[in-house]
Design a protein around this ligand. Structure first.
Ligand SMILES: Cc1cc2nc3c(=O)[nH]c(=O)nc-3n(C[C@H](O)[C@H](O)[C@H](O)COP(=O)(O)OP(=O)(O)OC[C@H]3O[C@@H](n4cnc5c(N)ncnc54)[C@H](O)[C@@H]3O)c2cc1C
Length: 546
């Protein structure tokens, strides 16, 4: 938001709203709902400096061995590594009222739904740490020498469908006619991705492979440019590739690097298109009605009271024999927020987006400040829509877990009741996802809930004309700075590379998906474990860290 004035914000809002049938600005829609799950007021008060300085609570400072700032996936994984190393004196301070960050969940009328992340692709043996944890929590088991996953949580069929030419088709890319240019290009792309996977190696997390000059060459150009050079120009194929980039990276192929575009496929299941022969592997995913908040609960539960929510950490100062951390109680909303409290920790892990880490820690090493400055974040809107009964059937494939409309920039919707095994109540929740262009961040925060809820419903009504009559409630999560965009050059940025590989000297470490240059569960988990292991080693842990 910095650097964007009100006039620009209004212009951006107008551009955004011009793209849909515009509601009367002040007319209230027939459904209820609210903005949910954000801490915009507290965050901006800190950024801008509130009108009144917060009151200081002058009780004795609290002491702990390790203080983790931020209880997102990375912060929770760092705590796991510390506990595995025998370090139990750990406190996590989290801004929001629940742990999980971008992987938090929500409920409407007792029905669980996600506020952000909603699935985890099944990991393969290139990610042993994640597999080990999934075994521990009972999601994975060994059977006849193979890893199998709990079928209750593997996405049930049909997993995905796409609306194209007046009907729903299975998968996210409609079948390409054999002999058509699109079919030939899909085959070519599949071969190119398989060849790069063999030559260079791609894995999730990306730290699992050695960096080769070929990776840097891909990172130096945009995915769109690389696709042009390969002759992948078919509009439907390009829409699909944009969709994939928006879905994982919050930005289209023109804004992400070719490394990111290739990594999306090569680190998972290769590139597969219906009707095109490939070597592609499994695209199975684990998912839950509340999305990845299910995983968050399994990470947070063993930590119990160590996770303290409603604390905004605003100052970190490294001293000779400890780190001083100031946090404000934001659990009670008041014009100046609650009082400030002080913690003294032997070691600190900043598991927040890097730019918040740098803001709280003015003496942060220059490399961290430069790395943070290298990143641009995509704004996202996630809308949970409660419907009183299912939508009318349309031609083609039956309702799937993920439902996407070809040719549109919206990322479609996920049905949070899709995994129900027994009785399916008529009322249910659909979760619609939108990765917005960066210049629409001011509008995301400035426009009222009524405008955004209408915008979301207008977008989905293109395929479901009966949707407006079915909607009872719309709860909207605004993620102003949701995820780092892996723009060209980000993955090979020297500061980010060094921070990932070596961490920081001293008593403060950082752990966040930002370090990877893009945001997925696997990266956040891996970076959290690494930071936890570094701190455990610095503290002379009894057991070797994981
Ligand atoms: C809409 C959306 C959908 C997504 N879908 C998926 C998906 O389906 N699958 C997937 O793998 N990934 C998905 N992601 C990516 C997701 O970001 C990662 O999976 C993961 O949750 C990132 O974890 P993290 O710990 O790195 O960061 P974050 O989630 O950003 O966690 C950082 C934590 O620090 C806290 N914090 C920040 N500043 C302060 C402060 N000053 N004081 C105290 N606490 C602070 C935050 O509140 C937050 O809890 C999605 C992201 C978004 C936004």
């Amino acid at each position: 938001m910095r650097g964007i004035n009100r006039r620009q914000a209004v212009a951006a809002s107008a551009a955004l709203l011009g793209a849909c049938s515009r509601p009367a600005a002040d007319a209230l829609p027939p459904w209820t709902g609210a903005f949910v799950g954000d801490a915009v007021a507290a965050g901006h008060r800190w950024r801008d400096g509130g009108a009144q300085p917060p009151r200081v609570d002058d009780r004795k400072p609290q002491r702990c061995g390790v203080l983790i700032v931020g209880a997102g996936i990375a912060g929770l994984a760092a705590a796991r590594a510390l506990r595995e190393a025998g370090i139990d004196d750990v406190t996590l301070l989290e801004l929001h009222s629940q742990a999980g960050g971008n992987s938090r969940g929500h409920r409407i009328d007792a029905m669980p739904c996600p506020l952000g992340a909603h699935y985890l692709p099944v990991p393969d043996d290139r990610n042993p740490q994640l597999l080990r944890w999934l075994h521990e929590i009972g999601l994975a088991r060994q059977e006849s020498g193979r890893t199998v996953f709990d079928e209750r949580h593997l996405c049930h069929s049909p997993q995905e469908r796409v609306w194209h030419d007046g009907a729903w088709h299975e998968g996210l890319l409609p079948a390409l006619r054999p002999g058509s240019p699109a079919h030939a290009q899909a085959g070519k792309l599949s071969t190119a991705i398989d060849a790069l996977a063999r030559e260079l190696g791609f894995a999730m997390p990306a730290a699992g492979v050695d960096v080769m000059p070929g990776h840097a060459a891909l990172d130096a150009q945009s995915f769109a440019r690389w696709l042009d050079a390969q002759g992948i120009t078919d509009p439907l194929l390009r829409w699909y590739l944009d969709y994939c980039c928006l879905d994982d990276y919050g930005a289209p192929a023109a804004a992400v690097s070719a490394w990111a575009g290739v990594h999306y496929f090569a680190s998972r299941h290769g590139f597969r298109a219906p009707g095109v022969e490939t070597e592609a592997g499994s695209d199975a995913v684990l998912t839950w009605p509340e999305g990845n908040a299910w995983l968050v609960r399994r990470l947070a539960e063993p930590l119990g009271e160590r996770v303290k929510t409603g604390w905004l950490v605003s100052r970190v100062q490294e001293q000779r024999d400890h780190v001083e951390v100031w946090a404000q109680d934001v659990s009670r909303e008041s014009p100046a927020g609650g009082p400030m409290r002080r913690w003294l920790a032997q070691q600190v892990i900043l598991a927040t987006p890097l730019k918040w880490a740098v803001r709280a820690w003015p003496a942060a090493p220059a490399a961290l400040a430069r790395g943070a400055g290298r990143l641009t974040h995509a704004p996202w809107l996630v809308a949970n829509l409660m419907l009183d009964r299912p939508l009318a059937d349309r031609p083609g494939v039956a309702p799937a877990w993920d439902n996407v409309v070809a040719g549109r920039t919206g990322l479609g919707y996920v049905d949070s009741a899709h995994q129900s095994l027994g009785f399916r109540p008529a009322a249910h929740v659909l979760t619609a996802y939108h990765a917005l262009p960066i210049d629409q961040r001011p509008a995301l925060l400035a426009q009222p809930w009524s405008t955004w809820s209408r915008w979301v419903i207008d977008d989905l009504s293109a395929t479901h004309a009966d949707l407006p009559a079915r909607v009872r409630r719309v709860d909207i999560a605004r993620h102003g700075h949701a995820m780092a965009i892996p723009a060209p050059g980000v993955r090979s940025d020297a500061d980010l590379v060094a921070l990932r590989a070596e961490g920081l000297a001293g008593r403060v470490q950082v752990a966040h998906a930002d370090l990877a240059g893009y945001s997925v569960f696997e990266e956040a988990f891996d970076l959290g474990l690494r930071a936890g292991a570094r701190v455990a080693a610095a503290m002379g842990a009894r057991r070797p860290p994981v």
